[in-house]
Design a protein around this ligand. Structure first.
Ligand code: ZN
Length: 185
C-alpha cells in the first residue's frame, strides 16, 4: 500500500528526472505513471516508477524511473506454457543504474540490496549502466537493479510485458500497486 501523498510526490520527482533525461512524454502518460511499491510499503527503498508507452503481443516499450538508491527487487520473466517469457533490454537515458544478474558476484559492488530484504536476493554480478549503455536479459534470468546517486531513467524494450506473470524472488511481493485514498475530512 502506498499513500496518496507518496504517490504524488514520487510522480513529481520522476517527472523531474524525465525532464533531465530530455525525454518528451505527454501529460496523459505522466498521469498514468505506475508507482510500484511491490506491496512492501517502503516505496522509496523498494520501488520503481513505470510509464507504459507501448504494449502489444510482440513488443513493449517502457520508461523506468528510479530515484536515488531506489531498488527494483529481484525478479524473473519466466517462460510458461503459451508464453515464451519476456526478453528485456534496459538502456540508460539518464543518471546511472547498477544492474545485477547471474554470474560471478562482483567484489565490492556499487549497490547492495535493502538490508532487511537481503535474503530475497540471489544474483550479484554487476553491470553499470551510464547514459547510452544497455544490457539484455533472456527469459528465466533473474535480475534486479538500483538507481545511482542521481537516480536513473531507463528505457525498457521487451517482448510482451505480462507483469502478473513475473516471479519475484521475495515471497512478500505483490506486484499490483494499491494507492490508499486520502481520508476526506
Ligand atoms: Zn525485468
Amino acid at each position: 500500500v502506498i499513500t496518496q501523498s507518496d504517490h504524488e510526490r514520487l510522480k513529481r520527482q520522476s517527472q523531474l528526472l524525465l525532464k533531465c533525461a530530455g525525454i518528451a512524454v505527454t501529460a496523459a502518460e505522466l498521469e498514468g505513471m505506475d508507482v510500484a511499491d511491490f506491496g512492501l510499503g517502503e516505496v522509496t527503498v523498494s520501488g520503481a516508477q513505470i510509464l507504459n508507452l507501448l504494449d502489444t503481443p510482440q513488443l513493449a516499450v517502457r520508461l523506468i524511473v528510479l530515484l536515488p538508491h531506489q531498488t527494483e527487487p529481484e525478479h524473473t520473466h519466466v517462460a510458461q506454457q503459451g508464453y515464451v517469457g519476456k526478453y528485456e533490454t534496459l538502456r540508460c537515458a539518464y543518471g546511472c543504474a547498477y544492474v545485477y544478474s547471474p554470474g560471478p558476484p562482483t567484489p565490492e559492488p556499487q549497490a547492495t540490496p535493502p538490508a532487511h530484504r537481503r535474503h530475497t536476493y540471489t544474483v550479484f554480478h554487476e553491470t553499470i549502466l551510464s547514459p547510452g549503455q544497455q544490457c539484455s536479459f533472456a527469459p528465466n534470468t533473474p535480475h534486479w537493479f538500483q538507481g545511482g546517486a542521481a537516480g536513473a531513467v531507463l528505457w525498457s524494450f521487451s517482448t510482451q510485458a505480462t507483469d502478473n506473470r513475473d516471479v519475484f524472488t521475495d515471497p512478500d511481493i505483490v506486484r499490483k500497486t494499491v494507492v490508499q485514498e486520502a481520508v476526506m475530512r
